[in-house]
Unconditional design. Structure first.
Length: 194
């Protein structure tokens, strides 16, 4: 209930103050089943914008530092956000993410692990491919366009789900996961180019 009220409030905010558009949402976001939704990451507003138009529960990983305040931690947990220790292989966060996917949820991720400044090359982490292959679920690229400045137009373009079943059951190294994740991030670049 809290999540649905928060989702609607955020959606109304983006529609009014940023004339937000959600392109290919109904056509490309599956109504059921496990899915990893991934996108570029340019601002702190990206997770809110990315998930607010989706009626299904969308789970997000967020840096552990955001969970220091007990009240904020509880609210974020209610909204489907769970902590991850950045810079290290956080086994607890990986297990949590896989559990959400096993239940048929949507996990949203930013494969670079942090916001990227314009003009800087992407440093993609292995997590996107590793989680999708272990969970045996499709991935869905999306791209956020526009910065959350007052009355600045923003949009999210949702691509088509990508099947990674060719990698299931294979013995993959960290470098393989990085290569697959980089290949997947190129799909966000294609969406950006139109």
């Amino acid at each position: 209930m809290i999540r649905e009220i928060a989702r609607l409030l955020v959606l109304v905010y983006f529609k009014i103050f940023h004339r937000a558009e959600f392109i290919n949402l109904r056509r490309n976001v599956p109504q059921t089943g496990a899915l990893i939704l991934y996108a570029n990451h340019i601002s702190n507003a990206d997770p809110l914008l990315l998930g607010c138009a989706i009626r299904r529960m969308v789970y997000f990983m967020a840096k552990q530092e955001l969970f220091k305040n007990r009240l904020i931690s509880r609210l974020m947990t209610e909204l489907g956000v769970f902590p991850v220790k950045r810079g290290a292989g956080d086994v607890s966060a990986i297990k949590n993410a896989l559990a959400k996917l096993k239940l048929g949820g949507i996990l949203s991720m930013f494969p670079e692990g942090t916001r990227r400044k314009p003009g800087k090359p992407a440093e993609v982490k292995p997590g996107l491919a590793m989680l999708a292959i272990r969970a045996k679920c499709p991935v869905l690229p999306a791209v956020v366009v526009g910065k959350p400045r007052f009355l600045n137009k923003m949009k999210v373009i949702y691509g088509k789900p990508i099947d990674l079943s060719e990698y299931y059951g294979k013995d993959l190294a960290n470098e393989d996961y990085i290569q697959i994740s980089e290949m997947l991030m190129k799909e966000t670049e294609k969406l950006m180019e139109g």
